[in-house]
Design a protein around this ligand. Structure first.
Ligand SMILES: Nc1ncnc2c1ncn2[C@@H]1O[C@H](COP(=O)(O)OP(=O)(O)OP(=O)(O)O)[C@@H](O)[C@H]1O
Length: 789
């Protein structure tokens, strides 16, 4: 491993010392030049960052630790040590073989002038942890007060050191957690042993370290930080009371994730009943929250906007003795455009910490993510001090997936009973043991691409579904899986999450599938749920809780459910509308195949969008092609429709006939029922807007000009493109309206076969821009403001 010589932090630029080919040398030159340009020309937001960074009067230095280091058995475990000059000459392998511990960055070396020394001597492998603290002292500006919370943590005492390095990492007790927490984890929480990421993250957190963790979805990141937090706060003497104020703060992107974290904390802290956990989220009553803050909440989870609001406006919010700050789903926080808000939060917290009475203690910071984001390093520099990095490495991006290719097209419906795992005919890809990212996590083939890490047991499938078959294709897929589960020996039913690009699309499909019947029964015989950002908070929370508890059902949602949400036993993910960046794909599919369980993820695409599959494969996703036809066979036979019978005559019904008949029913219902039609038109409009808002890097694949609007309309049961669509800027913003629609619509179940066909009329007009989840705005020409969450 080599370091960024320009001092911009280790993990952003980890060019290998073995780089010999011109391309890589050129890239390094390019990156260095870019870094220089970045320093010379800072953007407004970067300048603001710099300003708030100056509040942290200390040097930051991102350090890296090999994923396997922390979890190794005691005998082999390396100690904290600096890279010696000879190791540097010999390259990264020599460092790994001897003392594969984190090394201080070249930048920090330059700043501290000369080799790193501890008490005047070169650091060596048997140095005790106090040495680590000592060499950091050289990095802290001399005028930093000795009791500043920004200074080093207290040196580890013998006891902590033994606990950190002496235990068996394959058990919770061996990681150094308090006995009560160990019993709680193994008892009522029900975990028998720590996951890999927990093995690697818990010891350094207990030892007072800042950490950055990147680990695949469903790998147990939440407990990797919650367990040490609860363990330390719970063991504090005298006991921490509400009046002591907030000691741990977890920032997350969505309200549901907040709720999930608070629930997990509640379960974990049961042996410490005096610890109070709570949350601050948008959509809740501010006055109630203020009252709770006045009483005090020790472990707090919050969304960015609401937290910032309380930090600025609620005097009773006691946070000057904060010991833990966690940024969970940090990449998503950045995607959502919260970088400046986070900077402001961190600067307020730092100011308050300076005023507070923390003695020699300092705040510990943890940053967790399942995918990479260029802004993570900025965030780390802003909030952390020499974090250990787990699972973050540019080496990953260099690794290739060798002979991995997708197997040839195989019909999705012909997979047989057991969909789990690979299957015959699949060519094996090279699996790189990646420590925290899990055995079998897949690597990127193209070093310029972000590499993805998807659980091996998660089966990924892509289906080409033309617009006129999309709605029916979804019905076919869900019926196929439901029938197969019902017939098979599998006890569990289908628990599926279907992703759409807009709230309006969720509403329409939820209504349409709920009302679609055949032979007097529901065409999709499953409980349907919906979740999106325009729903009232009460309904969001209710749906989230119910779906979490249920063993079967179909959740139709926007990307509001894509990150971090842990719905146990989800066995099918359908990406009905394509995701954005590859990272979005990873998070969506990551709602299944969690913690070693089996799962299946199906992506719907148009033929002309196939380049996206290549992009996924190049990033290391093991995506298989499948065919729609067998799924359509699972549609109910609707031969009772006279019109259809006369058209088909005496020949045998094909799956296409069934699809046509079902599509006919949908169109008839949409045409004849005003409420459904309104939902369909709004969904059509929102779909086209969302399609126009793909990030620039994907616009050549998903370009709005490629859309055949007549076919798109067909996918919403509309018999033609709504005529007022072209009248850009004619109407009002749809945001408020869609909220109203989401609240108000209810559709009675009817047999759609008996609904007469009707004519479609105009769609509601609207004006504005599109905002996708990643904060990207795009003008569509159609108008209206639509948020995808
Ligand atoms: N040690 C463990 N043993 C068994 N199950 C565990 C363990 N740790 C966590 N889990 C369970 O694994 C599931 C996934 O955990 P978690 O939600 O923390 O994953 P994650 O890595 O944060 O995923 P994402 O990136 O999607 O947010 C949860 O249901 C959690 O309760």
């Amino acid at each position: 491993m080599d370091y960024n010589e320009e001092g911009d932090g280790g993990f952003m630029l980890n060019l290998t010392s073995e780089v010999e080919d011109k391309k890589k040398v050129h890239r390094r030159g390019g990156v260095n030049r870019r870094l220089k340009r970045r320093r010379d020309f800072k953007t407004g937001s970067e300048k603001r960052f710099e300003a708030s960074k100056s509040l942290i009067s200390r040097e930051n230095d991102v350090r890296e630790v090999n994923a396997e280091d922390i979890g190794d058995p005691p005998a082999k475990r390396p100690r904290f040590v600096e890279t010696t000059p000879s190791q540097k000459r010999l390259g990264p392998k020599s460092v790994k073989a001897t003392t594969a511990r984190p090394t201080i960055s070249e930048a920090a070396r330059k700043r501290t002038a000369g080799p790193v020394r501890v008490n005047g001597k070169k650091a060596c492998s048997h140095q005790k942890r106090p040495s680590d603290s000592a060499f950091h002292a050289e990095l802290v500006p001399p005028d930093t007060p000795p009791d500043s919370p920004l200074r080093d943590p207290e040196p580890l005492d013998e006891d902590t050191n033994t606990r950190l390095f002496g235990g068996d990492p394959s058990t919770f007790a061996g990681l150094g957690l308090a006995e009560k927490i160990v019993n709680q984890l193994q008892g009522s929480v029900g975990f028998s042993a720590p996951t890999k990421v927990q093995q690697q993250a818990i010891p350094p957190l207990l030892a007072g370290r800042d950490i950055m963790v990147r680990a695949e979805t469903g790998s147990g990141k939440t407990h990797a930080y919650l367990a040490p937090i609860v363990s330390q706060l719970g063991e504090k003497q005298p006991r921490l009371l509400r009046a002591d104020g907030t000691r741990a703060l977890v920032l997350v992107p969505t309200r549901e994730l907040c709720l999930q974290i608070v629930e997990a904390a509640e379960a974990l802290k049961r042996p410490y009943h005096w610890l109070v956990a709570g949350m601050l989220v948008g959509g809740e009553n501010r006055t109630h929250e203020k009252a709770r803050l006045r009483k005090g909440v020790v472990i707090m989870a919050g969304t960015v906007g609401r937290l910032l609001d309380h930090l600025k406006n609620t005097e009773a919010f006691q946070i000057d003795q904060l010991s833990w700050l966690v940024l969970d789903e940090a990449d998503r926080l950045l995607d959502m455009g919260f970088e400046e808000d986070l900077a402001e939060i961190i600067s307020i917290l730092n100011k308050k910490a300076e005023l507070g009475d923390m003695g020699s203690k300092r705040r510990q910071n943890a940053l967790l993510s399942a995918t990479m984001h260029s802004g993570l390093q900025r965030l780390a520099q802003l909030s952390m001090r020499r974090p250990l990095t787990i699972g973050f490495s540019m080496d990953d991006a260099r690794a290739t997936s060798g002979g991995k290719t997708a197997r040839g097209s195989k019909a999705l419906g012909e997979e047989g009973e057991d969909q789990d795992g690979g299957g015959e005919g699949e060519e094996h890809h090279t699996v790189a043991e990646q420590g925290v990212c899990g055995a079998g996590a897949r690597r990127a083939a193209d070093p310029d691409l972000e590499h993805v890490s998807i659980p091996e047991q998660l089966r990924q499938v892509v289906l080409e579904v033309p617009f006129k078959r999309r709605l029916i294709g979804l019905v076919g897929l869900l019926r196929h899986r439901l029938l197969r589960r019902a017939k098979g020996a599998k006890a569990a039913g289908v628990k599926a999450v279907v992703f759409f690009s807009s709230c309006a699309s969720v509403d329409f499909h939820h209504a349409a599938l709920g009302a679609l019947e055949a032979h007097g029964k529901a065409a999709v015989p499953a409980k349907l749920y919906r979740l999106h950002g325009n729903l009232p908070q009460v309904e969001r929370t209710k749906t989230f809780t119910e779906f979490k508890k249920s063993s079967a059902g179909i959740l139709m949602c926007t990307d509001v459910a894509a990150r971090g949400l842990d719905f146990p036993a989800v066995n099918l993910i359908v990406q009905f509308d394509p995701p954005g960046e590859v990272a979005d794909y990873v998070h969506r599919v990551g709602r299944t195949g969690r913690i070693g369980q089996q799962g299946e993820a199906v992506l719907f695409l148009q033929g002309y969008e196939w380049e996206y599959v290549e992009k996924l494969r190049a990033a290391g996703a093991d995506v298989h092609d499948a065919s729609l036809a067998p799924l359509l066979k699972a549609l109910p036979e609707l031969r009772e429709i006279p019109e259809a019978n006369s058209r088909w005559g005496m020949r045998e019904t094909t799956s296409n006939d069934q699809a046509e008949a079902m599509q006919g029913r949908v169109e008839a219902a949409v045409a004849s029922r005003a409420e459904l039609k309104q939902l369909a038109e709004a969904a059509f409009l929102a779909f086209t807007r969302a399609y126009a808002a793909f990030p620039r890097s994907l616009r050549h694949i998903f370009h709005v000009k490629q859309l055949h609007l007549g076919h798109v309309a067909c996918s919403f049961g509309l018999k033609g493109q709504p005529s007022r669509i072209g009248n850009a800027g004619q109407g009002k913003s749809t945001k408020g309206n869609s909220k109203e629609r989401a609240k108000s619509y209810t559709l009675k179940k009817e047999n759609w076969g008996e609904v007469p066909r009707g004519e479609t009329k105009d769609a509601p007009g609207s004006t504005g821009k599109i905002r996708r989840g990643n904060g990207v705005e795009a003008s569509t020409g159609y108008g209206g403001m639509v948020t995808s969450e």
